[in-house]
Design a protein around this ligand. Structure first.
Ligand SMILES: *Cc1c(COP(=O)(O)O)cnc(C)c1O
Length: 353
C-alpha cells in the first residue's frame, strides 16, 4: 500500500478545543466547516461531541452530514440559507442559522416554520464582506422579533485582522459592534481563533474557534500551547546518488550543489502538498530535519539525504506535523495553513487511538 497518509490526533483536537474555551470563557462552537478544515468532519465532530457546546459549518449539506452521523448538538450554518426551501430542513434538523443579509430575512418572513428558528444576526463591523451595517442592526433585529418565526437571536460579527496583534482594526470593529448593538438584548459572539488567543476584549458569550482546534497557531508570534492535529507523512521509496552539478526533477529547478544523496518520497501536489514551495523547504526524515530539493511533482517529491546516511528506503518522512509546523510550509508556499489543511486529499486518513 502507498505509504502516504494523514494521521489525525483526536486527543490533540480535544485538547485544543478545551484550551480555546477556557481562554475565552463561556461557550464555544467548534468550527468544522470544509470537512473540519480537511481533517474529516465526522470523526472530528464525534471526538468533540462529549465536550462541545455546539458546532459550526458553512452550509446546510455540511450540517446534514453531521446529523446523519448522530451529532445532536446545536449546529450553526455560518452562511445561513440560500433559499426559503432550506428553512424547512433547518427546522426539521434543529439547525441554527446566521442571517447576514436582508434577503434572508425576507425568506424567513415568507416561510411557515413548524418551530421558531434560532438566528445568529451578523453585523458588518468593518470587514465589508457579509452582515448588516451598524444602523441596520436594530431594524433587522426588530423585524426578526416581530415576524413571529424566530426564537433566540444571538448577535455576531467577524474580524478581518484578528491574527495581527499590532493592528488597530480589531479594536475598531469591537467598538463599532458594541456601539451599534447597545440597545439590543441577547448573547454575543465575536471571536474566531485569532481573537480567542489575542483579543480578550472580544470575548463574549460564544467563541467560534476554527484553525486553532487543528493546532495551527493563528498568532505564531505568541507561542500558545496548541497541539498539531494532522501529521502528513509518507516514506522514502527510492534512493539515488547524483554528482555535483547534476539536475534534479522537472525544470531542473535544483542542481546538486555537492554530491547528493536524493530520497524519493511518495507524496505530491495531487495529495495536497503545495507545488509552490522552494528548494530548502524543511521536511523531517525519521524525525530529523532536512530539506526538500527539486520541484514537487504530482505523486512524488525529493529530499536531501546527504547528511542522513542512516536514512533509506522505508524511512518515515513528515511533511508537516509535530516536527514541521504546517505554518512553516504555508509560509514557504505563500499561503496560510487553512488552505493547505483543506486541500489534503488522496492520502489515507488514519485516526489512531
Ligand atoms: C470560519 C469562521 C470562523 C473560524 O475562523 P478561524 O480563523 O478558523 O478560527 C469563525 N467565524 C466565522 C463566521 C467563520 O466563517
Amino acid at each position: 500500500m502507498r505509504p502516504a497518509r494523514a494521521l489525525i490526533d483526536l486527543d490533540a483536537l480535544r485538547h485544543n478545543y478545551l484550551l480555546a474555551r477556557s481562554r475565552h470563557g463561556g461557550r464555544a462552537l467548534a468550527v468544522v466547516k470544509a470537512n473540519a478544515y480537511g481533517h474529516g468532519a465526522i470523526p472530528c465532530a464525534r471526538a468533540l461531541a462529549p465536550e462541545a457546546d455546539g458546532f459550526a459549518v458553512a452550509f446546510l449539506e455540511e450540517a446534514l452530514e453531521l446529523r446523519a452521523a448522530g451529532i445532536d448538538q446545536p449546529i450553526l450554518l455560518l452562511e445561513g440559507v440560500f433559499s426559503g426551501e432550506e428553512l424547512d430542513e433547518v427546522v426539521r434538523h434543529d439547525l441554527w442559522i446566521v442571517v447576514h443579509h436582508a434577503e434572508q430575512i425576507r425568506m424567513i418572513d415568507h416561510a411557515h416554520p413548524a418551530l421558531p428558528i434560532e438566528v445568529w444576526l451578523k453585523m458588518n463591523s468593518g470587514m465589508n464582506r457579509a452582515g448588516f451595517l451598524p444602523h441596520e442592526m436594530l431594524p433587522a433585529w426588530q423585524r426578526l422579533k416581530d415576524c413571529g418565526k424566530v426564537g433566540n437571536i444571538t448577535l455576531m460579527t467577524h474580524f478581518a485582522r484578528a491574527d495581527e496583534p499590532d493592528v488597530i482594526s480589531t479594536t475598531e470593529q469591537i467598538v463599532a459592534f458594541d456601539a451599534a448593538t447597545r440597545e439590543i438584548p441577547g448573547p454575543r459572539s465575536l471571536a474566531n481563533s485569532g481573537a480567542i488567543l489575542g483579543w480578550p476584549a472580544a470575548h463574549r458569550d460564544w467563541a467560534r474557534p476554527g484553525i486553532l482546534l487543528y493546532g495551527a497557531d493563528p498568532m505564531p508570534g505568541a507561542p500558545n500551547p496548541l497541539r498539531p492535529v494532522m501529521t502528513l507523512e509518507s516514506s522514502i521509496i527510492a534512493v539515488r546518488e547524483i554528482p555535483q552539478g547534476a539536475p534534479l526533477g522537472y525544470g531542473a529547478r535544483f542542481s546538486a550543489d555537492r554530491p547528493t544523496r536524493v530520497g524519493l518520497v511518495a507524496m505530491g501536489y495531487a495529495d495536497g502538498y503545495p507545488r509552490t514551495v522552494p528548494n530548502g523547504t524543511p521536511v523531517a526524515v525519521d524525525g530529523i530535519r532536512t530539506r526538500l530539493i527539486g520541484r514537487v511533482s504530482m505523486d512524488m517529491l525529493t529530499v536531501d539525504l546527504t547528511d542522513l546516511p542512516q536514512a533509506g528506503i522505508g524511512s518515515r518522512v513528515e511533511l508537516w506535523g509535530n516536527n514541521i509546523p504546517v505554518n512553516r510550509i504555508a509560509e514557504a508556499a505563500g499561503t496560510i495553513s487553512y488552505e493547505l489543511l483543506c486541500n489534503v486529499k488522496r492520502v489515507r486518513f488514519e485516526y489512531p487511538g
